[in-house]
Write a protein that binds this ligand. Structure first.
Ligand code: NDP
Length: 476
């Protein structure tokens, strides 16, 4: 497949292209544009031209464009799920049940949301009335990662467009296909030329050109913490808005009074879903000492039974990781864990499933025997690798949970209601799930604290981010 840029309502090629590799097989299957500053200039100019009219288009009309785009996603859901599985390595069943339906939902959610997004007014009794306009920002950059490609791409562009901004968006160069497919429906959905532009290429080239462009009004970025810091270094001194959704090293805290069956089943999922490549996956499992051995043995037994296979096979539950380089990074962290004194209880190696031997597969890996301060327990691995640590008291559990630079998500397992409230409030993270994982209500604020990011997405938070408030005060 030849992926193309979509700029000013038309498809465009670039002088140079990059190869796209299917991680499930290791085979090359297409090319993508290698865009740079010249392509960013064109997209920015088109978006700037389109902004005055788009920003004044009634919200209901902007919403109708998003609804038609959502219809196209819905009508092509099976094709998109297959494309996502091939491009990313995730099981097609996961793409069909999670990624693609959620992409459709993101578009519909903000089509509706913008029509309920009202401004505030503040009366000064007998003296004046204030009201707050929320104005679109202008041209915004949306940059998304490879782990949930269309899901996170739409999570950004939907509120940006709904709020009346023009968008220059870039998916990860590792997983460009579904964003490209989406761009083939933009015109039919009714978006005027220049409103919604999609560029492809390398982060340090086209991504960097986007975030440093003088005309960009705001940056919405999801990706690694190192990249986020680099982007903040460019954007902050210019006082432009930025929303940064970054990495995590999320704890799963399991108390002795937890529902063991449910905690086990869900912890298996929170550890290895999408091959552990979800920013919300729990990678540090903290278990109360009285149940530690039983929990460990049961988790290892379940993880050892997981079978990796071709992402395109509908029965596959465990797919490939996103690239050869990422697989090697994960394997090097497993070696590091051993050097740091960890015992690998299962997994720990590359897999070569029959028929897809050239793909990039890593066995679900559980490690114990490491202290909280070692690199394995401090750095984000972003693969199917978890560590186990025992704790005795609630205080110790909290100290271990918070002993990280990150603060994105945490999972807490207990049937004691008071403890649930107490520990949840004590955890330093943007999200805490109690007796569940990845249960998402799109109205809730989504994001992290500490090195996990800045700002919140979701619900009206995203619409607030993509608009500038202006207070107007009228003397009575
Ligand atoms: P990266 O930070 O490498 O890349 C994210 C995006 O930024 C990609 O589109 C990438 O392009 C682009 N990019 C890279 N360098 C630059 C640059 N200098 N300027 C502008 N853009 C750039 O992250 P990954 O794609 O590896 O994604 C994994 C990371 O994302 C993990 O740390 C994970 O925790 C985090 N994440 C966070 C989530 C959250 O909501 N908090 C959700 C999902 C993931 P390209 O890939 O083409 O180089």
């Amino acid at each position: 497949m030849e992926v193309l840029n979509f700029v000013d309502g038309a498809f465009q090629t670039t002088a140079q292209v990059l190869e796209n590799v299917a991680p499930g097989s290791g085979e090359k299957f297409g090319t993508i544009p290698r865009s740079g500053a010249a392509e960013v200039d064109k997209a920015m100019a088109a978006a700037k031209r389109a902004f005055p009219s788009w920003s004044k288009t009634p919200a209901a009309e902007r919403a109708a464009c998003l609804e038609r785009l959502a219809d196209a996603v819905q009508a092509n859901a099976a094709m998109l799920a297959e494309a996502e599985a091939k491009d990313n390595g995730k099981p097609v069943s996961l793409a069909a049940h999670v990624d693609i339906p959620r992409a459709e939902k993101n578009l519909r959610f903000y089509a509706s949301g913008i029509q309920h997004f009202a401004s505030h007014s503040h009366a000064m009794e007998g003296e004046a009335i204030n009201y707050t306009l929320r104005k679109p920002l202008g041209v915004v950059a949306c940059i998304s990662p490879w782990n949930l490609p269309l899901y996170l791409f739409t999570w950004k562009v939907a509120p940006a467009l709904a709020a009346g901004n023009c968008v220059v968006a870039k998916p990860s160069e590792l997983t460009p296909v579904t964003a490209y497919l989406l761009s083939t429906w933009i015109k039919d959905a009714g978006f005027p030329d220049g409103v919604f532009n999609v560029l492809h290429g390398l982060g340090p080239e086209v991504g960097e050109a986007m975030v440093t462009h003088p005309d960009i009004a705001a940056v919405s970025f999801t990706g690694g913490t190192v990249t986020g810091a680099r982007i903040a270094g460019h954007v902050a001194p210019k006082f432009k808005k930025m929303s940064l959704e970054l990495g995590g090293k999320n704890p799963a805290v399991i108390f002795e009074d937890a529902d063991m069956e449910e905690a086990l089943r869900t912890t298996l999922r929170s550890s290895f879903a999408n091959q552990g490549q979800i920013c919300l996956c729990g990678s540090r499992i903290l278990v109360q000492r009285s149940i530690y051995d039983a929990f460990r043995d049961a988790l290892v037994a379940k993880a050892s039974k997981m079978v990796a296979g071709d992402p395109l096979d509908p029965s596959t539950k465990l797919g490939a990781v996103v690239s050869e380089a990422h697989m090697n990074k994960i394997l090097s962290y497993i070696e590091l864990a051993k050097e740091e004194g960890g015992q690998v209880l299962c997994g720990g190696e590359r897999l070569r499933p029959a028929g897809v031997e050239g793909g990039f597969y890593v066995a679900p890996t559980v490690i114990e025997g490491l202290g909280p301060k070692c690199r394995t327990n401090q750095e984000e691995i972003f693969g199917p690798v978890v560590t186990l640590q025992p704790f005795d008291t609630e205080e110790e559990a909290l100290a271990l949970a918070n002993d990280t630079a990150y603060g994105l998500a945490a999972t807490l397992w207990t049937t004691d209601l008071k403890r649930a409230h107490r520990v949840a409030a004590g955890i330093e993270s943007g999200i805490v799930w109690v007796n569940t994982w990845l249960l998402r209500d799109l109205r809730t604020p989504f994001g992290g604290v500490k090195a996990s990011g800045l700002g919140r997405e979701g619900g009206f938070d995203a619409l607030e981010f993509f608009t500038e408030p202006q207070n107007i005060c009228i003397k009575l």
